[in-house]
Structure formats: structure tokens, C-alpha cells
Design a protein around this ligand. Structure first.
Ligand code: ADP
Ligand code: MG
Length: 501
């Protein structure tokens, strides 16, 4: 080897050695970067957990707050953020309702029409049929003629498709119970004006209008001869539907696109209703509890952002923590922040993660229930909804953890709301007459999100204690609201006074 070559070899060797050192350093740096990212992601999840915590003491305060707001809302108009609306429903179904009645359920994601043949005493529902139509998004923010026209035309199609098994007595007009699940100020059992839209609806020209008049106008345009005999919302419908099968139902709760509750109030105790007093002394109150708020609610930065960017900032705060419309979007916001601050899905932020409402509560539920060892379903969901093809098991586990935190917070708060209503009714403690109390719950969130509904039930037990819990029953009232509306149409039928006993 000549001198020159030897030098070259030395230089080469040095370069190789330096390169090797650089590689090690680089590897170490990426490894430590990776560690840092995980550490940040883990930190973010623990912060989320801490901020979202709903321990039992906190929930008790929420329940107390709910009971107080109920009293304040009953006392004076506008006395509370929860409206405590009088519904004019003072006679709940008894089981003796008879004949063919219709129901129309509008309140969020879907819209349902139903016909039901009621058999009278002891026979209950002889036959029922329903159809579900999804509401085109543009109609949710368009004009009231657009929305009501669409509903009337779907209803017309449904009536036209009626089979032989349904019988309308000769000479009788068809009668409908209209479940309209937005805050309405009722003026009678079959009329009321819209106070505000919620759940993603925003149709300015419908505000302050009588929703029954709007629907009737649209039905006339369709040549549909039908009378709206009862205007209710889904909570009132659920209460009525629940009561038809179980006379101990006194509270109804909706956990679907939105959340709300109704209950039976001893109306004679309310001074402002003197003069409006029903015969029985009982009156169904539509709480509109979605607008409840309290300083004890565990609200995070994600909730604040969601609220600020919503169609109704500052409103429906309780609903935005609990209901099906929002759970998915809270999870999306957490994951987005994790992608931004902890490169949770790699170096680039998946663009789909920025799309509002890209993740639904149904997606959250599907991921949360994934029982496969490698969380394959979570992986597929992330791929489908967020566009990240490969996720590690560790990533998927952390996503499930986020779902768990958000869903359980919602379920626990809903339980606190129910505990508050029971407290108001004096049915939250052991002892006393221990009357059986049934809470009917409807809505796809409660029906299908098992972890959510189980958490709600166990939290309610935790809040009430074992003994008081024994007399409180939670019952799934599957599509109770549609049936309930038809039943209320029956009990408020124009032909009732002429019916033979
Ligand atoms: P609405 O409240 O409009 O009458 P639903 O009771 O059908 O309608 O509830 C619809 C809401 O329930 C939607 O927000 C949807 O994301 C949610 N949902 C439907 N299925 C599930 C599920 N399996 N798990 C969780 N949420 C669900
Ligand atoms: Mg519903």
C-alpha cells in the first residue's frame, strides 16, 4: 500500500466511523423524539382524564343543581336556564285507547312516520308500521316551507301505502300525534310556537311560528286530510308510551341526537299555573334540560371550542357534554390536538381530522366496544374516518382510552341529571313509601351504546345508594316517543266526546 492509498484508507475509515456515529446519534434522536411524542400524548390523555373527571361528590352537586333549577324554572317564567315548559298533557294513556292513529317524529338525525291500530282495553297495540327517512342536510338549515313540505310529502306517501290491516272508521278524519323535539312554547295540547332550534337545525323563518299550523299548511298542499291532535316532544311521547305499558313511569329521558327529560308534576303546587289547572292535578313538564349548566360540570378546552364553533354558542351546554350529536366531535377534537401537539398519527396531521363532525358517536361506540386482541376494528375505523392507514396497537389503545373518558363522563352526567329529577320528586332516598319509580329512556345513544348505558345505570345506583336504587327502574322505551304521540292523539281525538263508553 502506498502512502497516498494508506492515507486515503485512513480518511475513508474515519469517514465511515463518523457516519456510523452520526447514524447512531440520529437513531437515538428519533428514538428520543418518539419517546417524547408518546410522553406528550400520554400526558394529554391524563390531563383530559383529570379535567373530565366526574366523581360522585361532583355529580351530587350537579344533581342538586338540577333539582334547584327545576324549582326556579317552575316558579317564574325565565327563572332558570331550563325552561320547564308546560305541555298541556294532563291525561297520560291508560290502555283503553282505540282506533287507528298516526305519529310523526321529527327531532334530529331521522324522521319517522308511524301508524298504529290500537285495540282498546287489554288489547294494546294490534298492529303498527313505521318508516324512517333521513332528513337531507340542506333542509335542516333552509326554509320552513322546505322542511315542512318534505315532511308532509313523506307522510302522504306513507298514508298512500296503507294496507288492509289498518282500519279508519267510516267518515272519520285521520289524526296525528306530532313529536317535534325542539323547545316549543305550547299554547294548547295541539299548538305551540318554536322558541329556538337545537341539534344542528337552524331555520330562521320558523322561529316564533306555530309548528302545527306550519305542518297543517304543508299537509293541505299535499292534499292530505289529517288533523294534528297532539303536539308533543320526544320526552313527552316517551313518557306517554312508557305509561301505556307501565303505570309507574313518571320520568322520561331522551339520549339520542340531543338530550332532554320530562316528568309528571303535581301541578296544583305551582302558583303560576292557577287557572290552568288540569282536572287530575297532574301535568307533564318538558324540562328542556339540555340547556342546563352548572359550575360543577367538568368542562374542558375541547368542549369550550366545540361550543364556540357550534350553531348555538353558550346554549345547550349539558347536551353538548352528553348527547349523540356531540360525543364523536369531542373525541375528534381531542385526537386532533394530539395529532398537532404529539404527532399522534405521525409527522403529518390527517386532514380528515379537521372536518367537524367527521367522527360520530356511533363511531366512538364501535371503537369503544372493540374486543379484538389487536383492536382491529379501531384500526379500521381510524383508516376509514380519519384516513390513517397504519396505526400501532399502542395508538389504538390510546384512542379507546379517549373514547372511554368522553363517553363515561357523558353517561355519568346524564345519571346525575336523572338523580336531580328524582330528588325534585322526592324519590331519591330510601324509606318513605318506597313507591316504584320507572324512568323510561329512549334514543339510539342509550339503546346501542352499551358501555354508556351500563355506566349510566351503575352511576345512578352509586348516587342513590343500594336501598333507594331498589325502587328505581330504568327501562328502555324503544321508539316509545312515536307510539306515545299516537296515543296522545288518541286521548285528544276530536271524536272522544262522541265515542261510546
Ligand atoms: P333522534 O334523537 O334524532 O330521534 P336517535 O335516537 O336515532 O335519533 O339518535 C341518533 C343519535 O344516536 C346520533 O347522534 C347517532 O350518532 C347516535 N347513535 C346511533 N347509533 C349509535 C350507537 N351504536 N352508539 C352510539 N351512538 C349511536
Ligand atoms: Mg328520537
Amino acid at each position: 500500500m502506498g502512502k497516498a492509498t494508506a492515507r486515503a484508507a485512513v480518511v475513508c475509515g474515519a469517514a465511515a466511523a463518523m457516519a456510523a456515529v452520526a447514524l447512531v446519534v440520529w437513531r437515538r434522536r428519533t428514538r428520543s423524539e418518539e419517546t417524547l411524542r408518546w410522553a406528550r400524548a400520554e400526558e394529554m390523555v391524563s390531563e383530559l382524564e383529570e379535567m373530565s373527571a366526574a366523581p360522585v361528590e361532583k355529580l351530587r352537586r350537579v344533581a342538586d343543581g338540577m333539582a334547584e333549577e327545576m324549582n326556579a324554572g317552575l316558579e317564574v317564567e325565565g327563572g332558570s336556564k331550563i325552561k320547564m315548559l308546560i305541555t298541556y298533557v294532563d291525561n297520560l294513556p291508560t290502555g283503553s285507547e282505540k282506533g287507528l292513529f298516526y305519529a310523526l317524529d321529527l327531532g334530529g338525525t331521522n324522521f319517522r312516520v308511524m301508524r298504529v291500530q290500537l285495540g282498546g282495553e287489554g288489547r294494546h297495540v294490534v298492529k303498527r308500521e313505521s318508516r324512517e327517512v333521513s332528513i337531507p342536510r340542506e333542509l335542516m338549515v333552509g326554509s320552513s316551507t322546505g322542511l315542512f313540505g318534505f315532511i308532509a310529502s313523506e307522510l302522504k306517501k306513507f298514508v298512500d301505502s296503507e294496507g288492509e290491516d289498518f282500519h279508519l272508521s267510516v267518515g272519520k278524519q285521520r289524526e296525528l300525534g306530532f313529536t317535534f323535539s325542539f323547545p316549543v312554547r305550547q299554547t294548547s295540547v295541539a299548538s305551540g310556537t318554536l322558541i329556538k332550534w337545537t341539534k344542528g337545525f337552524s331555520i330562521d323563518d320558523a322561529l316564533g311560528e306555530d309548528v302545527v299550523a306550519e305542518l297543517t299548511k304543508a299537509m293541505e298542499k299535499e292534499d292530505l286530510d289529517m288533523r294534528v291532535a297532539a303536539l308533543v316532544n320526544d320526552t313527552v311521547g316517551t313518557l306517554a308510551g312508557g305509561r301505556y305499558y307501565d303505570e309507574d313511569v313518571v320520568v322520561a329521558v331522551i339520549l339520542g341526537t340531543g338530550t332532554n327529560a320530562a316528568y309528571v308534576e303535581r301541578a296544583h303546587s305551582i302558583p303560576k299555573w292557577q287557572g290552568l289547572l288540569p282536572k287530575s292535578g297532574d301535568m307533564v313538564i318538558n324540562m328542556e334540560w339540555g340547556n342546563f349548566t352548572s359550575s360543577h360540570l367538568p368542562i374542558t378546552e375541547y368542549d369550550r371550542e366545540l361550543d364556540a364553533e357550534s350553531l348555538n354558542p353558550g346554549e345547550q351546554i349539558f347536551e353538548k357534554l352528553i348527547s349523540g350529536m356531540y360525543l364523536g366531535d369531542i373525541v375528534r377534537r381531542v385526537l386532533l390536538k394530539m395529532a398537532e401537539e404529539a404527532a399522534f398519527f405521525g409527522d403529518t396531521i390527517p386532514p380528515k381530522l379537521r372536518n367537524h363532525f367527521n367522527l360520530s358517536s356511533q363511531d366512538v361506540s364501535v371503537m369503544h366496544h372493540d374486543a379484538t386482541p389487536d383492536l382491529r376494528i379501531v384500526g379500521n375505523k381510524l383508516k376509514e374516518k380519519i384516513g390513517v392507514a397504519d396505526t400501532s396497537l399502542k395508538t389504538r389503545k390510546m384512542v379507546v382510552e379517549v373514547c372511554d373518558i368522553i363517553a363515561k363522563r357523558g353517561a355519568r352526567l346524564a345519571a346525575a341529571g336523572i338523580a336531580g329529577v328524582l330528588k325534585k320528586l322526592g324519590r331519591d332516598t330510601a324509606g318513605g313509601d318506597k313507591k316504584r319509580t320507572v324512568v323510561a329512556i329512549d334514543g339510539a345513544l342509550f339503546e346501542h351504546y352499551t358501555i354508556f348505558s351500563q355506566c349510566l345505570e351503575s352511576t345512578l345506583r352509586e348516587l342513590l345508594g343500594e336501598e333507594a336504587s331498589r325502587s328505581v327502574v330504568i327501562k328502555l322505551a324503544n321508539d316509545g316517543s312515536g307510539l306515545g304521540a299516537a296515543l296522545l292523539a288518541a286521548s285528544h281525538s276530536q271524536y272522544n266526546d262522541f265515542e261510546e263508553p
